[in-house]
Unconditional design. Structure first.
Length: 269
């Protein structure tokens, strides 16, 4: 029958077919966004935060120190005018323990992604002291000796190099360098009885020594770093005078230890 269709009828059927095809394409295009929304999407990659340890930092700390000061002197003889008195050698230990607080600052430089070198200076203040006293009869004529001796340790400071291993927000480091300390010695001695003699001596010293130690730091955001560290310092011996006629003696301050916690602000990102 189709072979007997008129030309006009065939054109009309072709137009209807093209319209149906265009409508189908339009419906499919409209449905594409909804289909795309229903499709699973790949999550963006998670980028780990970068921990930049390089740069300047300043901060504060507080802690506790233990220090042994050993005083030694040789025996000597003294005549107050009523007969010679023989004073024995002395070997005394003074414990200079107490709290400290202070400031620190430095610069870190990254050698490699996990290795760091740096330099740091710090200053700590505290007041630790210990004293020894003696009271007793000396000599053959009933003279009484009263003596009090004291050692004090006040401020300390260090200038140190640091070598550290970095693992993300953690830094494990060793440190060493020069150390400084302020120490005082004082003694008052009095002989009373038929003869009276009084002697006083003091020494005020700024000492230089060496320091080694280590610590751990944690960067809890790009600018703030917490720490805990241990330091051992050796200042050797320093000379003092004591007793009557100002006898020579020595104080050995070769065992000073510190544990400190602190926080630092690192400049930059």
């Amino acid at each position: 029958m189709g072979r007997f269709m008129s030309k006009k009828t065939r054109c009309r059927l072709a137009s209807l077919t093209l319209l149906d095809l265009a409508a189908g394409i339009a419906v499919s295009a409209a449905a594409l966004p909804a289909l795309a929304a229903d499709m699973p999407t790949k999550a963006p990659p998670i980028v780990a935060p970068a921990y930049n340890w390089a740069g300047f930092y300043v901060g504060g700390h507080a802690g506790y120190r233990w220090a042994d000061a050993d005083f030694t002197s040789a025996a000597y003889a003294f005549d107050p005018g009523s007969g010679t008195i023989n004073f024995p050698a002395r070997n005394e230990n003074y414990r200079l323990n107490g709290g400290i607080f202070g400031v620190q600052g430095g610069y870190n430089f990254m050698l490699a992604p996990q290795w760091l070198i740096g330099i740091e200076g710090d200053w700590s203040w505290g007041h630790s002291s210990d004293s020894k006293s003696f009271a007793g009869v000396v000599g053959v004529d009933g003279l009484t000796l009263n003596r009090i001796s004291e050692v004090e340790l006040t401020w300390q400071a260090t200038v140190r190099g640091r070598l550290g291993y970095v693992s993300g927000p953690w830094l494990l480091y060793a440190t060493g360098g020069a150390a400084f300390a302020h120490a005082k010695w004082s003694e008052t001695s009095a002989l009373t009885g038929p003869t009276t003699r009084v002697s006083a001596s003091s020494a005020d010293k700024t000492l230089t020594g060496w320091v080694v130690g280590g610590g751990v730091e944690y960067m809890f955001n790009p600018n703030w770093i917490a720490r805990i560290e241990y330091l051992y310092e050796d200042f050797g011996n320093f000379s003092v005078s004591h007793g009557f006629s100002l006898q020579p003696g020595e104080v050995d301050l070769s065992n000073v230890q510190k544990v400190r916690v602190g926080i630092s602000y690192k400049f930059g990102r």
